[in-house]
Design a protein around this ligand. Sequence first.
Ligand SMILES: [Zn+2]
Ligand SMILES: [Zn+2]
Length: 279
Amino acid sequence: MAEVLKETLKTIDGYKNMKPHYEELLGILEEVLILREQYRRKVQENIFNVDESLIEKKLAGGLPLVDFSGGEFDLEGPKEYFVALLEIAHKRALEETGEIIKKMEDGGLDYMEMVRDSFTFQQDEGAEDNNEDGGIFDLLGFLVEESLRPALEILSEKYRNMIISGPRWSEGYCPICGREPKISEIREEGGKRFLFCGQCGFEWQFGRVKCPFCGNEDQQTLAYFTIEDEEKYRVDVCNVCNKYIKTVDLRETERKPNLDVEDIATLHLDILADEEGYE
Ligand SMILES: [Zn+2]
Ligand SMILES: [Zn+2]
């Protein structure tokens, strides 16, 4: 097992003890991460037909490398992974997954369509799960996203240097897949902020006082809140577009955060942001 994965699983164990409330979701994530590693090895090269001769132009024009709204892709591999992911959730007796599996078998649910929808309607309302996490966690959305992660992660690793060394990508959405960032991180390097794409694992530097969603830089309408005893996490909010993003600052601690894990372990902050009226 890869060293990094081992470290991550240790972190998850620690969080399970510290935050028993998240035990179920963290348990799912643990299995997902192990399975992800396996699927990464099976990924077919370039199922997203990235045309390398267009990359520079695309990036310069603010376009991500993969366009999900228009492209037709052969998603057999990700679909196979999706079914395996559903089984993980189902085994853990999450009721809704039984229904989804059935619908997939009857042909009532089309995987490609789910993928396209997930890119067209970010944060699909009404698809939220009503579990102990206060209904904030969208299980199906998470599984659809995850099913594409191994294939997109490979792209994100392949083109990372090219993107980082080129003119700076200054958009608030991911240069690889176009998804909005899931969470952000303050890093050692001069306290710079990096946005993290949960869809492909790409991270890119972004202004610290700037809303990734609408580009607002006015300090009067940007704010953040923290909660007691968890000062290393904060929620950055924008009062122009009403969106928020969680930010992790683990510079004080030794470890390099795994942002997939941090995202789940801070769902209570999503609940608070939601209660405050932010999306
Ligand atoms: Zn991405
Ligand atoms: Zn905004």
